[in-house]
Design a protein around this ligand. Structure first.
Ligand code: PAF
Length: 282
């Protein structure tokens, strides 16, 4: 595995691969890698000749300075995981390398970015679009892999790809969960032992709501999940919305969509957890 820190080295590594007629897959990450990331790298490994992984905690997508400061950074462990997973090139740049000058681009990402995480985390999706578009320009991958835990992020990246005309395939990959159901996340390590013990109830309630939804309205189903989670003193639902899985727009009735997905964010203590569940896809 080749570790590169500069854009020049990265481009020269991918140019050599492309000139040899090889397909290139990219897995963008912010490091603190876990089994969820490994599943993306594994899929990328199966589908491409060359696997490139970026490890970069992108400051422009953090609307909260404290979150950026405390975001886990585990460079050596990340390299070991990537090496074992068969990654070919890992790109670990500095902030100055990615942003030699401030990125002043403002994306109009439309309705998919105007709901849920959009208003909750102002500037977040713009920062994601900035860094992911830069990575796409640097690597020019054939395929790029993203986890469905950040379900809305995938829709936003698809929109950015459409607007900028990138010729690549976005590959969404299923959520990987702990044995007790908690979605794997780099933020889970920040949970206190007490809160780690109750956090799996998020997925428990989401799962139980699949059955509940069969005989209840969208609004009642939202109430079932929200009240069930809020019954735990240390947990508070920030939002639970049931949306169309393509447009991200909230639905009022089950008949409003062919693809219903419930997207949730919950404060578990002071850690913000995110998860989602698909009710149906016709
Ligand atoms: O999902 C993430 O880890 C980040 O938002 C991404 C896509 C790597 C961009 O920094």
């Amino acid at each position: 595995m080749l570790t590169v820190n500069t854009v020049k080295e990265l481009k020269s590594a991918v140019r050599a691969a492309r000139e040899a007629g090889k397909s290139i897959g990219l897995v963008p990450t912010m490091g603190a890698l876990h089994e969820g990331h490994k599943s993306l790298v594994d899929r990328c490994r199966r589908e491409n000749d060359v696997v490139v992984v970026s490890v970069f905690v992108n400051p422009t997508q953090f609307n909260n300075k404290e979150d950026l400061r405390t975001y886990p950074r585990t460079e050596e462990a990340d390299k070991a995981l990537l090496e074992a997973a068969g990654c070919d090139v890992v790109f670990m740049p500095t902030v100055e390398e990615v942003y030699p000058e401030p990125d002043t681009r403002v994306f109009d990402l439309g309705p998919v970015a105007e709901v849920m995480e959009g208003p909750m985390r102002p500037g977040h999706f713009n920062g994601v679009a900035q860094v992911v578009s830069k990575l796409f320009m640097m690597v020019e991958p054939d395929r790029a892999y993203f986890g469905e835990k950040d379900f809305q992020q995938i829709a936003v990246i698809r929109e950015m790809v459409r607007q900028l005309g990138f010729k690549l395939k976005i590959v969404p990959c299923p959520i990987v969960r702990e044995a007790d159901g908690l979605a794997k996340s780099s933020r889970n390590v920040r949970l206190t032992p007490e809160n780690r013990a109750i956090a799996p109830n998020i997925y428990r309630l989401l799962s139980e709501s699949l059955d509940f939804a069969k005989s209840h309205t969208v609004e009642e189903t939202i109430g079932f999940v929200t009240e069930g989670i809020n019954a735990y003193d240390a947990m508070e639902v920030e939002y639970y919305q049931i949306v169309d899985g393509i447009t991200m727009q909230p639905i009022a009735k089950w008949d409003d969509t062919n693809y219903a997905v419930g997207c949730i964010t919950v404060y578990c203590g002071d850690v913000r957890l995110i998860d989602n569940i698909t009710y149906f896809r016709k």
